[in-house]
Design a protein around this ligand. Structure first.
Ligand SMILES: [Zn+2]
Length: 454
């Protein structure tokens, strides 16, 4: 090869080298994007913000959330389960069950041996046959993969199955990094996920410290909104925006407490006459042998005098709470009435949740937007437990893998889906799903759902 020919192919300047490098970079980036895989199944991403009250979204701090709620499905209230506490409700979303069936009766509960247990394997394995939605997705096979980011109870196996991708709770992980991680799951070359459950710890952690009307809440709401905006941008960047069915929700609302009227059990009960589990405003009480009558009498007097709480023996707990029939339930259940709470005045909470799930202030937030959801559709109320049935149906999961039947009903939530799009996703699992999740009588299912039987 002559030196002249070599010269012809040699870069003549630094500028040309830069151009050449740019072309190589462009090719590599383009090629990389090209090999990003996307699940062949419908994709559902659930983003949960702890303690996001439905009315927080209309305070002018969350333009993205407001826009999404106008464009997609919006519900005035998402009815949660009793007690309206964080672990209880996140696990109800994951399992489609009320507290009495999944056994997480509070953020802490008495186990069968009378020990008060907190977050851990035992709390979430009251019933070893429980199948969280991310587990059912994995069990359904055919390329279905789950990604779970910091969701309550996610770090444990259920039936010896763990999600394909997961990130355990790590509050110090920046929110945008969490989102970037989920994008690598959604576009993984070999095992792209079709299901994402993702948790964010705000605004609850600030709402309860400073109160519902505090100046700190708007700051946190702005942060929530920017995070959703970032998530949407990343979906667009990875060509996922049109494919993803996005659900944004919360576990409960929040209500300011009357801090001057807190009920201190130490003023009512003798030391050693009881042991306590649960968190304000819902307390589980185990009475010490020999002190049962005295303790019950004192509590009855205090209840009638103070009028700040209700008290229930095991057999008196309202059935509408789906709390009884579980051997973690103890002698007495104390439930504060809004806006009161139990407290020893050392805890610096200004607002709280956990109260009766019939109270509107406790209800949660829900919107849904994406190719399978109806547009500009508003429904007065949905239920947290029914999310399980909805997602199982969208994904056409294999419900025959379930050992315990969830409480979730498809009939109560299916109306938020576009019927014409859904006909395309039905397969041989449809009838099994209906068997498990359409527990209501046929006539109450209504016309709009009749297509699922065709
Ligand atoms: Zn919460």
């Amino acid at each position: 090869m002559s030196s002249k020919l070599v010269d012809n192919f040699a870069p003549r300047s630094r500028f040309e080298i830069m151009i050449a490098i740019s072309w190589v970079m462009w090719f590599l980036v383009g090629y990389h994007q090209h090999v990003d895989a996307i699940s062949k199944h419908p994709i559902v991403c659930v983003l949960a913000f702890d303690g996001l009250r439905p009315d927080y979204v209309f305070r002018g701090q969350t333009p993205t959330l407001e826009r999404l709620s106008r464009e997609g499905v919006h519900t005035q209230f998402l009815k949660n389960v009793f007690p309206t506490k964080t672990f209880v409700n996140f696990f109800s979303m994951a399992t489609g069950m009320y507290a009495n069936k999944h056994g997480v009766l509070g953020n802490t509960v008495f186990n069968e041996n009378g020990q008060c247990i907190g977050y851990g394997y035992e709390l979430f394995h009251y019933n070893p046959a429980i199948t969280p939605i991310w587990t059912l997705n994995e069990l359904s096979g055919e390329g279905r993969h789950s990604g779970v980011m910091m969701w309550v109870g996610q770090e444990y196996e259920y039936g010896n199955v763990i999600p394909t991708f997961s990130q355990a709770n790590n509050r110090s992980m920046p929110w945008n990094d969490r989102i970037d991680t989920t994008m690598t799951w959604l576009t993984h070359k070999e095992t792209p996920i079709n299901l994402l459950y993702m948790y964010f710890e705000v605004p609850d952690s600030d709402g309860d410290k400073y109160g519902v009307k505090s100046d700190d809440v708007p700051k946190q709401l702005k942060r929530v909104d920017l995070t959703i905006e970032y998530f949407l941008k990343q979906l667009t960047k990875h060509n996922l925006r049109e494919k993803v069915n996005l659900i944004i929700l919360s576990d409960q609302g929040m209500k300011d407490i009357d801090y001057n009227e807190v009920t201190d059990l130490k003023n009512i009960l003798a030391p050693g006459s009881y042991t306590l589990c649960g968190e304000y405003p819902v307390l589980q009480l185990q009475l010490t042998q020999g002190f049962e009558v005295e303790a019950y009498t004192n509590l009855t007097k205090a209840r009638d005098q103070l009028k700040t709480f209700e008290m229930y023996k095991k057999n008196e707990i309202p059935k509408k709470w789906y709390y009884t029939g579980n051997n973690r339930v103890t002698d007495l259940l104390l439930v504060a009435k809004l806006p009161y709470t139990f407290n020893d005045k050392t805890v610096q909470l200004r607002a709280d949740n956990g109260y009766d799930n019939a109270k509107l202030d406790m209800h949660a937030f829900f919107i849904a937007i994406g190719p399978l959801f109806r547009e500009k559709y508003s429904v007065k109320q949905l239920r947290i437990i029914d999310l399980y049935a909805l997602v199982a149906y969208i994904m056409q999961m294999d419900a025959s893998k379930l050992v315990v039947k969830p409480d979730a009903s498809l009939a109560r939530i299916v109306m938020i889906l576009k019927s014409n799009v859904l006909e395309k996703v039905q397969n041989y699992n449809t009838r099994t799903i209906l068997k498990y999740f359409v527990a209501l009588p046929r006539k109450s299912i209504g016309k709009r759902q009749s297509f699922v039987y065709s």
